[in-house]
Write a protein that binds this ligand. Structure first.
Ligand code: DQA
Length: 141
């Protein structure tokens, strides 16, 4: 089982800054993720939330059910030590967690150059739009 979790504002993909994030909606991404997961012999549980606590609860749930995680933390990436600590619970429990971004934060505003999650993630995929999520699934297998 793989939890594919997306954080704040990602439910607005398609119309949110399409010049940065492209025209795919989150539903398009979830459809593609479910197809890719099936091809790889995985089962994906795709979710999105705008709420930090809910995201943290889902990361705890991943540990409890023994799921790996593909996580796009959205802006939480840059400042949420609570999300970082929850990611650390996942990876120190022996599960993998791949941080993903549609855009390449390193090529954007200064505040996006820091990821507080990266240091506790298994790895990071950024800059490939919808493909970032699919590459993360491949990395897990
Ligand atoms: C993002 C990059 C973040 O900086 C931003 O806050 C997002 C989306 C991405 O997927 O490129 O919400 O995580």
């Amino acid at each position: 089982m793989v939890f594919v979790l997306s954080g704040p504002n990602l439910g607005r993909l398609g119309t949110r800054e399409p010049e940065v994030y492209g025209s795919d909606t989150l539903e398009d991404i979830h459809d593609a993720v479910e197809r890719e997961a099936r091809d790889l012999g995985l089962v994906a549980d795709c979710r999105q939330t705008n709420h930090e606590g809910e995201l943290i609860d889902w990361l705890h749930e991943a540990v409890d059910v023994g799921a790996d995680v593909v996580l796009n933390p959205g802006a939480f990436t840059h400042y949420s030590y609570a999300v970082r600590d929850a990611c650390a619970i996942v990876t120190t429990s022996g599960r993998s967690l791949v941080e993903v971004h549609l855009s390449n934060p390193a090529a954007r505003e200064e505040f996006r150059h820091t990821s507080v999650v990266a240091g506790v993630a298994t790895g990071t995929v950024a800059g490939f739009g919808l493909q970032s999520y699919l590459l993360a699934l491949r990395a897990l297998v």
